[in-house]
Ligand binder design. Structure first.
Ligand code: AMP
Length: 284
């Protein structure tokens, strides 16, 4: 595999200046926001960005604002040197890896809040989480400037929240959703999977199985959200190592209960295994 020459910076102002200079030369910029511990799922976003943009910035920042618990934040894997190699391998030209003090210097006092679509599912389970996401993404978009930004469908509610953010604030960023990359047994790849014990890891594909059961029901003509939800709940209840947090059937645009008959649906599930949260979703 060829490796692009990679440059790394932690300084938001320097990053912004570099990207402004590239745009002045007529080059397009793609941003891939991550919290690091890069895996094949992240690499798929970086490859897509590299195929569509001249310069690709992978941001690596474990954003303290979006974590509810200090333990989860501290336990989050950090391995910047390896991440830089993986990012370069996938076609990144820049890694932007600021420290918390560089992103949120003394006196930082801004919170970006979106109502409505942030309130259910992950927003209900993790109070303050989406304020942390929208605040950091606004800042990352300000640093990266005009261009495209790539987000995974794996975090579907987050993707829709970021789309809404860009639209509501007229940010000069085209938000692009990329398909979920899964392990062979269906488990969506996640940096948090590394923290599962072998029995927990063996149980985790039940989320994907529950979603597939829901999709099969919809395809068979059953669109009643109560019935589809019950099928997903039943599947997860059969796996005692995984505790269901929510199973939802929603309109993919509004993330509210579906209204239109016959329109597309999105099925989403979340579960806990000890302190580790697993989430997944599929279109139906
Ligand atoms: P994270 O580092 O977990 O914040 O993820 C950074 C980006 O990668 C987000 O847009 C995620 O949705 C995306 N991502 C994480 N896991 C996957 C996956 N398995 N497939 C596709 N995208 C993913």
């Amino acid at each position: 595999m060829t490796t692009t020459a990679l440059r790394v910076t932690s300084d938001p102002a320097a990053m912004a200046l570099e990207l402004d200079a590239l745009r002045r030369q007529g080059r397009s910029v793609g941003l891939v926001p991550t919290m690091g511990a890069l895996h094949v799922g992240h690499a798929s976003l970086i490859r897509r960005a590299a195929a569509e943009c001249d310069a690709v910035v992978v941001s690596v920042f474990v954003n303290p604002l979006q974590f509810g618990s200090r333990d989860d934040l501290d336990a989050y894997p950090r391995r910047l040197a390896e991440d830089a190699l993986s990012a370069a391998d996938a076609g990144a030209t820049w890694v932007f890896a600021p420290t918390p003090a560089e992103m949120y210097p003394e006196g930082f006092g801004t919170t970006v809040h979106i109502g409505g679509i942030t309130e259910r599912m992950e927003g209900a389970a993790r109070p303050g989480h989406f304020d942390g996401v929208t605040t950091v993404v606004t800042k990352l978009f300000a640093v990266a400037g005009r261009g495209r930004a790539y987000f995974g469908e794996k975090d579907f509610q987050q993707l829709q929240v970021v789309r809404r953010l860009a639209r509501d604030l007229s940010l000069p960023v085209e938000v692009i959703g990329c398909p979920t990359v899964r392990a062979a047994d269906g488990l969506a790849l996640s940096s948090r999977n590394a923290r599962l014990t072998p029995p927990q890891r063996a149980a985790a594909p039940v989320l994907h199985q529950a979603l597939q059961a829901g999709v099969a029901l919809v395809r068979s003509g059953v669109r009643d959200p109560v019935a589809v939800r019950a099928a997903m709940v039943r599947e997860i209840a059969g796996q005692p190592l995984v505790v269901l947090d929510y199973a939802e059937v929603v309109d993919p645009e509004t993330l509210a209960p579906p209204t239109a008959s016959g329109g597309p649906l999105r099925l989403l599930v979340a579960a806990r295994r000890g302190p580790i949260r697993l989430i997944d979703n599929l279109p139906a």
